[in-house]
Design a protein around this ligand. Structure first.
Ligand code: MSP
Length: 513
């Protein structure tokens, strides 16, 4: 079985500093990367910054800085954010890097050699903010300003010589591909949007610009720069050293297992990107998943609306793991989700401090007092113990399958229910009343410890720092975390000493606010 997994985030525009929407895409990708790694996969996890185009050029001009200098500064804030979010990305690509430019120019030449590119003239609407072309029926007049109906960003009229990609030629092959690969686009609702867009007819796509220079030059015609989306999408293969198809990375990790993106950029990933790849005879990624938006006050966060929640501020105030847990739990994956500090605090208090933190502290305190501070070895499982322990083993293949279908909601529900059951088990079994029956007392303590271990393993992709901290109870390290061991109810028998740990999550005193 192929145990390689390649996951990508969108590469972010360094036109402004990172916000919660960017943090969300990255945290979700990190969740999948960590899950797959703990399931024994060799994971390649790519993120980075998308640095060309008019949007960046104008942002740099506004500040009177050279565009590359501007990108150097802001790209660094995204790289720093990856560290702050504790991402396990294995590469960080910048589209201004030489390795990337070479790949993009090569891909361009392939498309040109295959007669998929021709020179003509573009006249039409363009949104610099979206870096997208819009047809007349995709724009509207709002307060005297022409805007894209879907994104609401202003559009401007452009007329210039441009190279075109024969997108229309790929309409039928794309529709055939969607049909023969029903899992290519997810979730299902978004797939239907894409299919109806393609069915409505594809026009050839303008893929170069002549009126500005901040981009990768078209090979053999330096008056043109390559359209920023053709440039940007290629990052997914330039980071694997395309066109060197003998390269280890490309061989091992292409086609990507999943491109994780926000729903607003689905058309680029599910229509243009596969069309470029088909034209260049390169395999298509296995899946493109368009997640929903993080909303604040029920609106998409944006600079102009002034409703941006800054991930760094939230992390400074509450810590990273609470933010990761909250975003993964509260935003039903695939849909838009409103976030608020109030709900984040509830989540910390109820799920993290009360359910998980307390469970760990209660069992360790009890075990240290009543079992000599060691993992009890003299045990005999009763049916009620096996019932709660086997739940993990029995659900393991379902969990794997759900994650392969990006059903994060199932995963988090499974954990929340597990925590609830574990606390209930410890309460109902009343080990403090079993002091006369050491075999039973030991077995209850052992069972609860096993469950703490299993839940901590499952929580690792969501709240890695806290899970590792909890596993110090057993002297277990990050490398010991593996999914298959959820089948094993006797995993802890090989461990001996139990350690006290510091409190995992501080409760937020909401009355003081
Ligand atoms: N540079 C392009 C992507 C190129 S990928 C080859 C781009 N960059 S972006 O910085 O504008 O957005 C990056 C990602 O952040 C997109 O997936 C977008 O959907 C996501 N988000 C931006 N705001 C968001 C929210 N408020 N909520 C969730 N994600 C959103 O597009």
């Amino acid at each position: 079985m192929n145990k390689n997994f390649y996951i990508t985030t969108p590469i972010y525009y360094p036109s402004a500093k990172p916000h919660m929407g960017h943090a969300y895409s990255s945290i979700i990708a990190d969740f999948f990367a960590r899950f797959k790694r703990m399931d024994g996969y060799d994971v390649h996890f790519l993120t980075g910054t998308d640095e060309h185009g008019l949007k960046i050029q104008r942002s740099a001009e506004k500040q009177n800085i050279d565009p590359l200098e501007f990108c150097n500064q802001i790209s660094k804030t995204f790289r720093d954010l990856s560290k702050t979010l504790n991402l396990t990305n294995t590469d960080f690509i910048r589209t201004t890097e030489e390795r990337h430019k070479k790949s993009v120019q090569h891909l361009w030449s392939e498309l040109e050699n295959n007669d998929d590119i021709y020179l003509s003239k573009y006249s039409g609407w363009y949104s610099v903010s979206d870096e997208a072309f819009y047809s007349e029926d995709e724009i509207e007049d709002l307060d005297g300003v022409k805007r894209s109906i879907s994104s609401k960003s202003p559009v401007e009229w452009i007329e210039e010589e441009s190279y075109f990609f024969r997108l229309s030629k790929w309409e039928k092959p794309l529709l055939d591909y969607y049909e023969s690969h029903p899992n290519f686009i997810a979730p299902e609702s978004r797939k239907n949007e894409v299919i109806s867009f393609v069915k409505s007819g594809l026009k050839d796509l303008s893929v170069s610009r002549k009126s500005f220079s901040w981009g990768i030059k078209v090979p053999n015609n330096n008056d043109h720069v390559i359209y920023v989306w053709l440039d940007a999408l290629t990052n997914y293969i330039s980071a694997l050293n395309y066109p060197d198809s003998s390269d280890k990375l490309f061989k091992k990790f292409w086609p990507a297992s999943i491109h994780l993106i926000g729903k607003d950029i689905l058309r680029f990933h599910a229509v243009y990107w596969p069309a470029f790849l088909l034209a260049a005879k390169i395999k298509l990624p296995q899946r493109v998943y368009g997640h929903g938006w993080i909303l604040s006050d029920n609106e998409k966060m944006s600079k102009s609306k002034g409703n941006i929640l800054d991930p760094i501020e939230i992390i400074n105030q509450y810590g990273l793991d609470p933010l990761r847990y909250y975003l993964i739990k509260e935003v039903s994956f695939g849909n838009d989700g409103n976030i608020s500090q109030e709900r984040l605090e509830d989540c910390i208090n109820s799920d993290l401090a009360n359910n998980y933190g307390n469970l760990c502290q209660r069992v360790i305190t009890f075990a240290i007092k009543n079992c000599n501070g060691e993992v009890p070895k003299n045990i005999k499982f009763e049916s009620e113990d096996l019932l709660i322990l086997n739940r993990y083993k029995d659900n393991l293949s379902i969990i794997r399958d759900k994650i392969d279908n990006q059903d994060i909601n199932f995963y988090i529900d499974f954990i929340v229910n597990s925590l609830f059951e574990a606390n209930k088990y410890f309460n109902d079994q009343e080990p403090w009343k079993k002091k006369e029956n050491p075999l039973r007392l030991n077995t209850i303590v052992y069972t609860t410890l096993e469950i703490v271990r299993k839940i901590s393993f499952l929580l690792y992709p969501i709240i890695p720092q806290s899970s590792i901290k909890a596993l110090k109870i057993f002297d277990l390290k990050e490398n010991d975390i593996n999914l298959t061991s959820l089948e094993n109810n006797e995993f802890l028998l090989k461990e001996s000493k139990l350690n006290k740990i510091d409190i995992l999550f501080k409760k937020i005193d909401k009355n003081n606010d």
